[in-house]
Design a protein around this ligand. Structure first.
Ligand SMILES: [Zn+2]
Length: 428
């Protein structure tokens, strides 16, 4: 394995220094960083961040390899600066047994672009009726610690309580997709004046907030860990803030698209903007940004949701929910959080690497860049500008809402345990 001597790099935005990656670890920093054999990278102007960790990725394999595979999805992840992703369980078959989670875990290792941590389903077949084999998935080679029926809400309060109780035995966490099913029957977009005008069934904020409030109370009652997926409303941020104030073990994520995009895009009737939960109001995006800045929202998670064109290039009501996110996440966090002064690069490292690794109980990712740590590192050029092209994505799908948009920043290189997965902005 080759060593890399990264010269004049700014670790988390600090004064430029040299960084030596060798034998899979951060071997030296500063004056001691030298090696005659190492490949030299001139990193003047670049920032080094710890390899990003996504707690919410849809890799679609097994079952929907027309939309994404573990290989293509982890290529997109590496290009976005990620060294670890958690793969959601709503595959076909559903990842609700030790066999399926081990298959996904193994495919990730074989592809080699990014470590893949499978998320186990909470209920059998995501049907919301019977708990899946949580213990068997936790004990499997995939060592599952995050469980979610994402795509669907665990709406039955008794099942949710049992799941929260069960995962305590192995320090697991339930990641809830908070969507009260009755309040969102047929829902297509954020409920408001615009949904009425467009004739699309509205998705009220309370459908999300009611479930989050209930689950915070349940998690506190049984003394377990709750993680709230893709928080999208100002009211949800308030509920999580209150739960944290009470000392409850609740964490939450926001998605890049909910930080940047708003519901008025539905006026185009272009299903590229159809997502679950839906794009909300400007006031909601501002509350999410403020929550992410003050730590109420712990992490940014992509909810990367690839769909083949036939599931997106149709009328709004028939189109699938979801958008791509892995290759653009860091740029959108720069645009919405760093450039406006809401977050510095250390704050980005916390929310896109350290905290998601902590929540997922992943030991070898989300570590500060210091001597002896695994060499999971991303080099990022914050001064670059790029226009997003859907056709340039490594994903097998093309459903990016950012096509044609100019965004700041570019991932220059990604290292997974010292091995370059991306060099010069391209797969290595
Ligand atoms: Zn979801």
């Amino acid at each position: 394995m080759s060593a890399y001597l990264i010269q004049n790099v700014s670790i988390l935005g600090a004064e430029p220094t040299d960084l030596l990656l060798d034998a899979g670890v951060v071997a030296a920093i500063g004056a001691e960083a030298s090696s005659p054999e190492a490949e030299v990278i001139d990193a003047a102007g670049l920032i080094a961040l710890p390899g990003l960790v996504d707690l919410h990725t849809h890799l679609r394999e097994p079952g929907r390899e027309d939309a994404e595979t573990v290989e293509s999805g982890t290529q997109a992840a590496a290009l976005g600066g990620f060294t670890a992703v958690h793969a959601m369980a709503n595959t076909e078959p559903v990842a609700d047994t030790a066999g399926v989670v081990e298959q996904v875990w193994r495919l990730g290792r074989e592809a080699g672009y990014c470590d893949v941590y499978p998320i186990g389903a909470v209920t059998v077949g995501l049907a919301g009726e019977q708990l899946a084999e949580l213990g068997a998935m936790a004990d499997s080679a995939a060592r599952v610690r995050v469980f979610s029926d994402d795509g669907k809400c665990v709406s039955d309060a008794v099942l949710m309580r049992r799941a929260l109780e069960y995962v305590k035995a192995f320090d697991g966490v339930i990641a809830q997709h908070a969507q009260e099913p009755r309040l969102t029957e047929g829902a297509q977009m954020n409920e408001g004046e615009l949904s009425g005008r467009l004739g699309l069934t509205g998705w009220p904020a309370v459908a999300e907030e009611a479930i989050i409030a209930r689950d915070c109370l349940l998690a506190a009652h049984v003394g377990s860990r709750l993680h709230v997926c893709h928080v999208s409303t100002a009211g949800s941020v308030e509920i999580v803030r209150e739960a944290k104030r009470k000392g409850w073990d609740v964490t939450a994520e926001a998605c890049p698209h909910h930080l940047l995009l708003t519901d008025d895009l539905a006026e185009t009737y272009d299903p590229i903007y159809k997502v679950n939960p839906p794009l909300r109001s400007t006031a909601d995006t501002e509350a999410l940004r403020a929550g992410l800045a003050d730590g109420t929202i712990d992490i940014v998670a992509t909810d990367h949701a690839p769909h083949p064109h036939e599931d997106k290039d149709c009328e709004w009501a028939a189109a699938a929910f979801g958008m791509l996110g892995l290759e653009t996440a860091l740029s959108i966090v720069q645009e919405t959080m760093v450039d406006p002064g809401l977050l510095d690069w250390a704050g980005v490292a916390e929310r896109m690497s350290y905290a998601p690794a902590r929540i997922g109980r992943v030991a070898d990712h989300g570590r500060p860049i210091e001597v002896g740590a695994p060499a999971n590192v991303v080099l990022y050029d914050p001064a670059a500008r790029r226009t997003i092209e859907a056709s340039a994505s490594a994903s097998l799908s093309r459903n990016t809402p950012y096509a044609g948009m100019e965004l700041p920043g570019r991932v220059v290189a990604t290292f997974l345990r010292g091995k370059a997965t991306v060099l010069d902005g391209k797969l290595a």
